[in-house]
Write a protein that binds this ligand. Structure first.
Ligand code: FPP
Length: 226
């Protein structure tokens, strides 16, 4: 029997290098990257197995980038959400986020909350954007939450206090040739399969995703058993 694929996670990397390669400013790479997010989300919403797609859109470390780039990314995410609502409804996608939204502007937070509310009954796919997300931050916030509630820390209690109580990740893809995790879903990748591709995110296609999935299906997952 082949592996099931319910939860897919992607570290979308290489926008800047793609732009540089083509003689564009870095922001152009993010813009094209947002188009790829749209297409891969549509693909996953039509896939008969994938229930959740978690995308690393902005890490807790990304604030260290030049202010102009950070501001551009904020505007891009906001534009993306406004434009995407129609597709979310058409493709049955529920929008969710993980990460601490506190530092974002009121306007962006409002767009995020409205999009969640308007899409909450869609059931083909949950698209989770990781925004101001870092797994260490998520784990520490969750432990503190349990301590405040005077609850015992167990695998179950901590697992369900996380931003992502949805499910463990089955497959993690990172584009652009980097082979590291960069604090993405550390708890949820305990038994994930990893796939690294040299393709830069703006060049990533559904055809490549299909071939990665095909390869994943053939792997043997033992979850620690023999
Ligand atoms: C990495 O490229 C990517 C990001 C910092 C964030 C991902 C953002 C997008 C795909 C676009 C916006 C997303 C949405 C959901 C609208 P990089 O800049 O680190 O590339 P580099 O390593 O080549 O410099």
């Amino acid at each position: 029997m082949s592996n099931s694929l319910k939860h897919l996670g992607i570290i979308m990397d290489g926008n800047g290098r793609w732009a540089q390669k083509h003689g564009f400013k870095r922001n152009r790479g993010h813009e094209v990257g947002a188009e790829v997010v749209r297409d891969i989300t549509a693909f996953c919403s039509q896939h008969n197995e994938i229930e959740t797609l978690t995308l690393y859109a902005f890490s807790t470390e990304n604030w260290r980038r030049p202010k102009l780039e950070v501001d551009f990314l904020m505007r891009l995410i906001s534009r993306y959400l406004n434009k995407e609502l129609e597709n979310y409804m058409k493709n049955g996608v529920r929008f969710e986020t993980i990460g601490d939204l506190e530092p974002f502007s009121n306007k962006l937070r409002k767009t995020i909350e409205q999009t969640k509310e308007l899409t909450k009954n869609n059931s083909n796919l949950v698209q989770i954007l990781a925004l101001n997300y870092g797994a260490r931050d998520e784990i520490v916030r969750s432990v503190n939450k349990l301590l405040q509630e005077n609850r015992e820390i167990t695998i179950e209690s901590l697992g369900s206090a996380l931003d992502t109580p949805y499910s463990d990740l089955d497959l993690l893809i990172r584009t652009s040739g980097e082979e590291r995790v960069s604090s993405f879903l550390l708890w949820q990748i305990a038994y994930s399969e990893f796939a690294f591709t040299k393709t830069l995110w703006p060049d990533f296609t559904r055809t490549e995703l299909e071939s990665i999935i095909e390869n994943y299906k053939k792997r043997e997952r033992r979850f620690g058993a023999i």
